[in-house]
Design a binder for this molecule. Structure first.
Ligand SMILES: Cc1cc2nc3c(=O)[nH]c(=O)nc-3n(C[C@H](O)[C@H](O)[C@H](O)COP(=O)(O)OP(=O)(O)OC[C@H]3O[C@@H](n4cnc5c(N)ncnc54)[C@H](O)[C@@H]3O)c2cc1C
Length: 485
């Protein structure tokens, strides 16, 4: 019997856990270690952040699902990996500290045969002084953060109703942030809410981003086919910003935030400030605080993890110049090269390089959107790790593990531009592949017929449908496995 331990119960980890039970669970043990008691459908945090949904609508307790499925659940934080075991345990193990209120602070060792690292990002607010809920800006990265954001927004709207003009800043809080799509969504949802509240004319809205051009989204922008014509995400997004009268500050690195003031620097060398009454800035991501040790107890974290803290997998990390990277540099099976029984999936794996062109300000500050690892690829990778483990268990050295490179994977993204069954809208985009392959598709790096976009009310309905569908799937209700990742 093999023990499969999954670290993290987010989109990648929870998907992996459910498939692991379905595909391996009768004869093997499936264990999940994750610090939160609840699962969160993070994409809908945007709607929590504007008061359109409650935290309860986007979360649910994990323990009953795992109990029903026969998955062992430790509510705790993985802190150390011993991939060679140690003098007390010949088997590899993970050291965890419980966050479960009944065992809080207790340390335990959980042995594994296969480890799936799906720990997602550490929300690195500390990278920018004054950023985040502990500082002067709000966030929508967790359901709890989004609830606080909605409260602050409500207060600002009340002030506007009382006749006070307000300045709103939404975007990313560091030059190396990712997830610009989420900042874009929140901008347009806030704008939509201000119109609904009848106070749009009382606010100036600024979108502050590290993207060099609008519509970059950390994937170098998209060339779309729309109604038979080719257009670009830049054109599309610029038009939306003009239409809704939202000002954009591009190619920006936020150096610090003080009460009501953002200090930023741009690629062209501009150094300026933006004052605000309400600001939601996403933090940069890094890998969570996991360490690794060899049998003798020597710290080997630098062998398992990249300097960003994300785990190294089967990618090309040789650090070649941006102009020389190839689609083939991207990982295919997400196995750690040193310990191939360890997988890193979703945001937890270290990308080999940026997709968007990295730039530096004249002062030398790096302003480079990091590659997004969105929900769909994260789910696909989670399932892929389990299919690989099944193959390895069944065929040992003769195993032929499946592959799913982001350079060979499509993704669908529906970016909400305002919630409402009759007046909502969303930008629906599909891209293939996520990581451009300029050898296969010399024009834009992506397949033109498979990369398209549409904006309108139907996009909102799709986004709402996805909300209910993915929560249904994550609750492992009847037929869940038929719903694609
Ligand atoms: C506001 C926002 C909106 C978004 N909207 C969209 C969208 O519309 N569409 C889309 O496709 N993507 C969207 N994304 C991105 C999407 O949320 C991520 O792609 C996805 O959550 C990544 O999945 P993951 O499993 O890698 O990480 P997560 O979902 O973040 O899960 C990580 C898990 O690991 C746990 N963990 C952390 N540290 C440890 C530890 N030390 N030990 C054990 N467990 C640990 C966490 O508690 C969590 O359960 C959005 C992201 C944000 C922030």
């Amino acid at each position: 019997m093999a023990t499969v331990v999954i670290l993290g119960a987010g989109i990648a980890g929870h998907t992996a856990a459910l498939h692991a039970k379905r595909l391996l669970g009768k004869s093997h043990e499936i264990v999940v270690i994750s610090p939160n008691s609840k699962w969160n459908w993070i994409p809908s945090n945007i709607w929590v952040g504007v008061g359109k949904m409650t935290a309860e609508q986007v979360t649910f307790p994990l323990a009953p699902i795992y109990a029903r499925k026969g998955i062992t659940f430790h509510q705790g934080l993985a802190q150390k990996i011993f991939p060679e075991g140690n003098s007390d345990s010949k088997r590899p193990f993970v050291e965890i500290t419980y966050t479960d209120p009944t065992r809080v602070g207790e340390v335990a060792h959980v042995q594994y045969d296969f480890l799936v690292n799906a720990t997602g990002p550490k929300l690195n607010f500390a990278a920018t002084q004054g950023l985040g809920p502990g500082g002067h800006t709000v966030s929508v990265c967790t359901a709890g953060h989004a609830v606080e954001a909605a409260k602050s927004l409500k207060d600002v709207i009340a002030d506007m109703k009382a006749g006070k003009k307000k300045q709103i800043a939404i975007g990313v809080g560091h030059g190396t942030c990712t997830c610009e799509g989420a900042a874009f969504e929140y901008t347009f949802n806030v704008e939509h809410e201000l119109r609904a509240a009848g106070v749009r004319d009382m606010a100036e809205i600024y979108y502050l981003t590290n993207e060099y051009e609008l519509g970059d989204f950390g994937v170098g922008g998209l060339v779309f086919t729309q109604e038979g014509f080719q257009t670009s995400s830049k054109l599309w997004t610029e038009s939306l910003f003009r239409e809704r009268n939202i000002h954009a500050i591009l190619g920006a690195h936020v150096s610090k935030v003080e009460a009501g003031v953002i200090f930023y620097e741009q690629v062209d060398g501009t150094e300026a400030t933006l004052s605000f009454d309400f600001a939601m800035l996403l933090p940069p991501f890094r890998g969570v605080d996991l360490k690794a040790f060899d049998f003798a107890g020597t710290d080997i974290s630098d062998k398992l993890f990249a300097p960003s803290g994300f785990m190294k997998v089967d990618a090309d990390y040789n650090g070649k110049p941006y102009e020389e990277w190839l689609a083939d540099d991207w990982p295919k099976n997400y196995r750690n090269p040193l310990f191939p029984n360890i997988f890193a999936v979703g945001i937890a794996f270290a990308p080999p390089h940026q997709i968007s062109k990295p730039r530096k300000s004249p002062k030398g500050t790096l302003i480079a959107p990091s590659p997004p690892r969105t929900g769909m690829p994260s789910g696909i990778m989670g399932k892929l790790a389990i299919l690989s483990i099944k193959e390895l268990i069944e065929n040992g050295p003769f195993a032929q593990v499946p592959t799913a490179s982001m350079a060979d994977m499509g993704a669908a993204c529906v970016a909400s531009a305002g919630s409402g069954l009759r007046d909502g809208s969303a930008a629906s985009m599909t891209m293939y592949p996520v990581v451009p392959d300029f050898l296969k598709y010399p024009n834009s790096g992506r397949s033109a017929p498979d990369t398209f976009g549409e904006i309108g009310l139907s996009g909102h309905w799709i986004k709402l449908l996805l909300h209910y569908m993915f929560i249904y799937k994550a609750k492992a209700r009847f037929g869940w496995s038929l719903i694609p990742e």
